[in-house]
Design a protein around this ligand. Structure first.
Ligand SMILES: [Zn+2]
Ligand SMILES: [Zn+2]
Length: 380
């Protein structure tokens, strides 16, 4: 069915580009689908279609010559595009992509529409209630904590003083001075948001913003709590117990759920993250869940063998040094290392034999070594 685009826009065949543009704006304003719950969607599409053709000098020429059959299969008609798609396209940065409007490149003048779309998208479609009025989780906090080597191995509980936002104890979070009433917010009539109606070239838009009076709660205290000034939460110096689990390593982070700032409007509290620094230890060195020590062994012990006492973090342990132990030999004391976090197993204690060569010898000792050398037994 041939369409009269001039008629759609309500203009004369001799209309100038300027007049076409004005007519489009006027028609689009009247038939904007958002204004009539989408009832005018078809009409709006038609207007747009007309403008795509007539607003483009070249297409208009073709249309004048061949009618709308020149554009059949390219227009809006029958593409199944609805207003939501239209908006989505606009949001995704225009209509230049193939297939957006049935494969046709559509140039809507968005110079004037930008702020409308901006507002609409900002509120997820303009008339939906903003999520910001609901409960909001409190912010998480991060702290750094230094622990000793032993504290890291065995775990530790520490009390720390932390300044954080907690639910106001005086008003129990409702923001009202105890004993006073909480009323429906007069500014937003309990809605928590203020809806503003704005007329634009595409129609009348409603934009919702959070009520500045009640901050979206829809109610406000007749007399704000004197402790939190009606906020329902207040900053407090708080002593809290920190639990560092056994086996924590330098640079690891402990998350304590719910120990961050209190949530807003009944939202969950944030978490507390503790970044752990483990101070080095003079005696023990740590490698993951293993503990390493270097133990001095005399030449005689290395040659003849012996049993030595090794201090581990779990107490002293006897270690058998076999005869003929070579320098830097490693011995493993199973299960004498660091506990694995969240497991009952433990790492090992690794002993590295440090065979001490005597620097000063008594006359007798020197003689004995010389005798050994002259034995020519082959072990030198
Ligand atoms: Zn309070
Ligand atoms: Zn309000």
């Amino acid at each position: 069915m041939p369409k009269d685009y001039y008629k759609v826009l309500g203009i004369d065949k001799s209309a100038s580009q300027d007049e076409i543009k004005k007519a489009f704006r006027k028609q689009a304003h009247v038939h904007h689908p958002d204004k009539n719950n989408g009832e005018d969607e078809t009409k709006f599409k038609e207007i747009n279609e007309a403008y795509q053709i007539l607003g483009d000098e070249k297409k208009r020429e073709q249309y004048d010559q061949f009618g709308d059959s020149a554009f059949s299969g390219q227009g809006f008609g029958g593409t199944g595009m609805n207003w939501q798609d239209f908006v989505r396209q606009a949001q995704q940065g225009g209509f230049s992509s193939q297939g957006g409007f049935g494969g046709q490149r559509v140039n809507v003048d968005f110079g004037d529409l930008g702020d409308i779309f901006g507002e609409m998208f900002g509120f997820g479609g303009g008339r939906r209630r903003s999520r910001q009025t609901g409960p909001q989780q409190g912010e998480s906090m991060e702290i750094e904590m230094s622990v000793s080597f032993e504290e890291a191995v065995f775990g530790v509980e520490k009390m720390i003083r932390l300044s954080r936002v907690v639910k106001c104890e005086k008003c129990n979070g409702n923001g009202a001075e105890p004993g006073t009433k909480i009323s429906k917010c007069a500014r937003c009539n309990g809605q928590g948001q203020i809806v503003q109606t704005r007329s634009t070239m595409l129609g009348t838009f409603q934009t919702a913003s959070i009520c500045p009076e009640c901050h979206g709660q829809g109610k406000s205290a007749d007399k704000p709590c004197s402790n939190c000034h009606g906020q329902g939460r207040a900053e407090k110096q708080d002593d809290i117990k920190i639990k560092i689990p056994a086996g924590i390593d330098n640079g690891q982070t402990v998350r304590m759920q719910g120990l961050g700032n209190a949530g807003e409007r009944g939202g969950l509290s944030g978490d507390l993250y503790i970044h752990v620094r483990v101070r080095p230890n003079k005696r023990f060195e740590r490698n993951g869940s293993d503990i390493i020590t270097i133990e001095p062994i005399s030449v005689a012990q290395a040659v003849l063998g012996d049993t030595i006492k090794v201090e581990t973090v779990h107490g002293a342990v006897n270690l058998k040094i076999p005869a003929g132990t070579q320098p830097s030999t490693k011995f493993k004391l199973r299960g004498k290392g660091v506990p694995h976090v969240q497991s009952s197993s433990k790492g090992d204690h690794i002993v590295i034999a440090d065979i001490k060569i005597p620097k000063k010898l008594s006359r007798k000792e020197k003689k004995l070594f010389e005798e050994l050398r002259d034995e020519k037994s082959g072990w030198f």
